[in-house]
Design a protein around this ligand. Structure first.
Ligand code: XUL
Ligand code: CO
Length: 434
């Protein structure tokens, strides 16, 4: 262990009555929920970038954090890794994830970047073997460097497209070597600032071409992980092509990738798109593209992507309700793509924020499982659509036309009676569990 976290011990489950700030009250990794341990349902992951690479700046002020590993040298990158894996040991979450830029020093060209990434990948291999922490996903940062200011795969300059392709290749190689369970593409600047200078059709076609190359390369190297795209409607671009679940699904279908690529859904991005998180999860489930989640909320007033740790049990419970209802995660998990507020300077803030988030998610998961086991929402849903299950309806609807239904309405003098949607009663029901 390094000295960064002082004498903070591994966080333990102490039960709901514990008043210990650094203890789990709900996250009991071995507790069996709907037939499997909580740990395997939630599959928690820590995002390297927010906790170890982000310096606390905002548009009005520079860094607020003062970490001993800040700087662009290999020795500092390794110190950062040492502290990161210390935190993973303290939290005991099974996974982490990273962008290339979070973990390696920035080189002066592609060859140096790749060489640096390979050195850190080897270092991670040792750390992962020592701690048992696994890689949920790897990804490439193709939005911070100024070469990407007009996009990566959607850049008007084919040289940037090629540089981005080479960068993704190196990040997929690193992810594969570390047995990553997914590979994520968030379209950081895949969008536009103004349509006045944007060839929309060309950019979308290039994005489709790029993603097809990613899928081809995955098969070529035998990477068994799932390729995931992460929707977000805007920020940093004014408009981003991966706007939301519905847009991404349409895009995947257009380029014939709907059976190869799934989605990584982030609560904050759902909010920016004007949706609830459960809307995005339920829609992805229904379209067969739910992959993984980034469980970090936005401030509802600011309208920015504030990447805050989750702290709202009812919201989290409904998210897990839809995840469990669809059978739970396979390769995906619960990644905290969340950062401290820039005034939360202390090392203990990093631990408390993650531990609290894990506890909130465990509470939400337990509530979701209890609702599913009780079956109240399911039976209300079955009642509401019961008409579609009757033998008579099936006969009438089989091969129905406007004329056949008109005849049926006339012959049977069909005169439907409106029925209550019971929304308040269902909301009251949910409140019994959360
Ligand atoms: C940005 C965001 C990213 C992706 C990975 O809003 O969510 O951190 O999760 O690139
Ligand atoms: Co994210």
């Amino acid at each position: 262990m390094t000295s960064f976290f002082g004498d903070i011990q591994k966080i333990a489950f102490e039960g709901v009555d514990s008043t210990n700030e650094l203890a789990f009250r709900h996250y009991n990794p071995d507790e069996i929920i709907m037939g499997k341990p909580m740990r395997d349902h939630l599959r928690f992951s820590v995002a390297y970038w927010h906790s170890f690479a982000w310096e606390g700046g905002d548009p009005f002020g520079g860094p607020t954090f003062d970490r001993p590993w800040f700087g662009d040298e290999m020795a500092l990158a390794k110190m950062k890794a040492d502290v990161a894996f210390d935190m993973f040991k303290i939290l005991g979450q099974p996974y982490f994830c990273f962008h290339d830029l979070d973990v390696r020093p920035e080189g002066s060209n592609y060859a140096e970047n790749t060489c640096n990434l390979e050195e850190i990948t080897e270092y991670f291999e040792g750390k992962m073997a020592e701690t048992g922490t696994k890689l949920l996903w790897g990804t490439a940062n193709m939005f911070s460097n100024r070469r990407y200011m007009s996009g990566a795969s959607t850049n008007p300059d084919p040289e940037v497209f090629a540089f981005a392709a080479a960068t993704v290749k190196s990040c997929m190689d690193a992810t594969h070597r570390l047995n990553g369970e997914n590979y994520v593409l968030w379209g950081g600047r895949e969008g536009y600032e103004t349509l006045l200078n944007t060839d929309l059709t060309r950019e979308l076609d290039n994005m489709g071409r790029f993603l097809s190359m990613v899928v081809d390369y995955k098969h070529k190297i035998g990477f068994k992980g799932q390729i995931l795209v992460e929707p977000k409607p805007q920020e940093p671009s004014k408009h981003q092509y991966d706007y939301d679940v519905a847009t991404c699904h349409g895009f995947l279908q257009k380029y014939g990738l709907e059976n190869e690529v799934k989605l990584n859904l982030e609560q904050g991005h759902a909010i920016l798109a004007g949706h609830s998180f459960e809307h995005e999860i339920a829609l992805a489930q229904s379209l067969g593209v739910l992959g993984s989640i980034d469980m970090n909320r936005n401030d509802y007033q600011s309208g920015w992507d504030t990447d805050q740790f989750p702290n709202n049990v009812p919201e989290v419970a409904l998210a897990y309700y839809h995840i469990l209802k669809g059978g739970g995660f396979t390769s995906g998990g619960t990644n905290f793509d969340a950062k401290l507020r820039r005034q939360s300077l202390d090392p203990v803030d990093l631990i408390a924020s993650h531990a609290g988030a894990m506890d909130i998610c465990a509470r939400g998961l337990k509530a979701a499982a209890a609702m599913l086991e009780d079956g109240g929402l399911e039976s209300a849903l079955n009642d509401r659509y019961a008409g579609w299950s009757s033998a008579q309806t099936k006969d009438v609807m089989d091969g129905a036309t406007l004329e056949s239904l008109t005849n049926w309405v006339k012959e049977q003098d069909i005169n439907p009676a409106p029925k209550s949607g019971k929304q308040e009663r269902l909301e009251n029901y949910v409140n019994r569990f959360v």
